[in-house]
Design a protein around this ligand. Structure first.
Ligand code: 4AD
Ligand code: MG
Length: 480
């Protein structure tokens, strides 16, 4: 049966035309006003029933959460709050809502804690907040593909199962079909992965970068957008064990080109949601304001959500070298007064999120791109600078988020790369194909990785990464 979405109905001029809408009951007041939402938009459509003429049995079935098909006339609304409403002529109940089950409370207009809703992740998306977040998430995904497709990039699908540790950090999930109780053993008594499904040790990918480099060295400009996995035991509001990453890789780009690309890309996708997700952003902005009312003044954001997004899309990111950043941090108040958990004493220290947030939120008060990090604290594939101790790395730091992007110019010189791998104990046999790329027409090239959920966090003003992915995977949690 032909039906119209709530989104479409709300922008249709009312002329008493017959319309049909499917959706779930949000509220039912005075046995007369049914508010229906179908997920197409944050707003509901009001359906007005004449309960005297409605079958009593049917009336009882209209409860919060039930799925209905409503037919009626689209008319100008009598009440305030909405332009149009439906004068109901027919109701069909697709499915009842179990009023005995306490989980039904998720669907009621009552406010719930985000922690509680996380446990009901299959139902939370029916709330206004999660509906808005997930629509923004979808729009951002589209904007990302659109940006790259319009700028001459090819979408490249990196493998999910790999034999390499792209970040060299060893935080991988093993992929195996061996029986954990009695795996085949080598003569030395180690597990014999030659007998495993792939005939070698394999893991879920931590990054599609290395494979993307191979494709950039043929197609020129490529990007990945897919799930990546990290078995790091970080129980923070910024880390997931399964997250989505966008990784562009461009042949012949140096680090400056890479920074330009990242900045332009982020501004572009944020502008896209500002233009295309107005109502959801307005709702999320209000939600954030309400949430922050309960917090002390100093913990509240200086800008409202939309203003913050506009600020980022219109202002130049500050580019600062690691060395400059260390000077700033060393001389900062929280460092001198020993307020940082990790004090910055010397060049070479790895930056913690408290430092990143100080630079962005207190010192520069805008997004910051840090570049030229010490080689020691960065991955093996980054291009070594002339000074012999820093690499052409860059991280983009965002207010309220910390690191949102990590990238670099890649080491394209075979001898330098081999030497680096040797010092780090990365066997050449494992990455023979990666080394090959430096043998056949090597060239400077660069890329970066943007953590998609961190971008969604920023765009929605949410505080915990578990609330911007449908079914979060974190240590000790893989429900659903
Ligand atoms: O800085 P990372 O580890 O860089 C790489 O993986 C490179 N291979 C990317 C590249 O150059 N192609 O990760 C990139 C981004 C981080 O800046 C962060 O936004 C996100 O991925 N990220 C995570 N997001 C959620 N949960 C986690 N556990 C994350 N780890 C990294
Ligand atoms: Mg990083």
């Amino acid at each position: 049966m032909h039906s119209t979405s709530v989104k479409e109905l709300l922008s249709t001029p009312p002329a008493s035309q017959e319309v049909t809408v499917n959706g779930w009951v949000k509220t039912f007041r005075s046995n007369r006003f049914i508010n229906i939402n179908d997920g197409s938009i944050i707003h509901n459509i009001q359906c007005v029933v004449d309960f005297e003429s409605l079958d009593q049995h049917l009336l009882k079935q209209i409860t919060v959460g039930a799925a209905l098909r409503v037919t009626g006339k689209l008319v100008e609304s009598q009440g305030s709050g909405q332009a149009v409403e439906i004068q109901v002529t027919d109701i069909f109940v697709h499915g009842l809502a179990d009023t005995e089950d306490v989980k039904l409370t998720v669907l009621s207009p009552k406010k719930h804690s985000l922690e509680f809703l996380r446990e009901q992740a299959h139902l939370r998306v029916r709330t206004n907040t999660f509906g808005a977040i997930m629509r923004v998430r979808s729009a951002l995904s589209f904007a990302i593909h659109q940006y790259f497709q319009q700028n001459g990039f090819y979408y490249f699908h990196a493998p999910i199962v790999t034999g390499s540790d792209a970040e060299g950090a060893g935080e991988m999930f093993r992929v195996t079909t061996l029986d954990p109780k009695k795996p085949p053993l080598t003569e030395e008594g180690d597990v014999n992965y030659k007998d495993d499904f792939f005939g070698k040790e394999t893991n879920l990918t931590v990054s599609g970068q290395l494979e993307a480099e191979a494709y950039a060295m043929a197609l020129g400009k490529v990007y990945t957008f897919g799930p990546t996995f990290r078995a790091e035991n970080s129980n923070t509001s910024r880390h997931l064990a399964e997250f989505w990453m966008i990784e562009p890789e461009v042949a012949f780009n140096d680090l400056d080109d890479n920074m330009d690309l990242a900045e332009d890309f982020i501004k572009n996708v944020i502008s896209y949601v500002l233009e295309n997700c107005k109502e959801d952003l307005q709702f999320l902005e209000k939600r954030l304001l309400d949430e922050e009312k309960t917090k002390p003044q100093i913990e509240r954001s200086e800008m409202a959500l939309i203003e913050k997004l506009e600020f980022v899309s219109q202002n130049t990111f500050k580019r600062v070298s690691y060395t400059e950043a260390i000077d700033i941090l060393r001389n900062s108040k929280p460092n001198k007064k020993k307020k940082f958990k990790y004090l910055i004493n010397e060049w070479g220290a790895d930056l913690q999120s408290e430092h990143e947030r100080y630079l962005v939120e207190k010192h520069f008060k805008c997004p910051v791109i840090l570049f030229d990090y010490p080689a020691k604290i960065k991955a093996f594939y980054m291009r070594l600078n002339e000074d012999g101790k820093t690499v052409r790395a860059m991280d983009i730091l965002f207010p309220g988020i910390g690191e949102i992007v990590g990238g670099s110019q890649r080491e394209e010189r075979l001898d330098v790369l081999k030497e680096k791998m040797e010092t780090l104990g990365i066997p050449e046999e494992e990455l023979w194909w990666y080394l090959d790329l430096r043998k056949f027409g090597t060239a400077e090239h660069s890329g970066f990785g943007l953590g998609f959920e961190r971008l969604v966090l920023f765009a929605t003003g949410m505080g915990n990464i578990r609330d911007v992915i449908p079914f979060p995977r974190t240590p000790q949690n893989a429900e659903f």
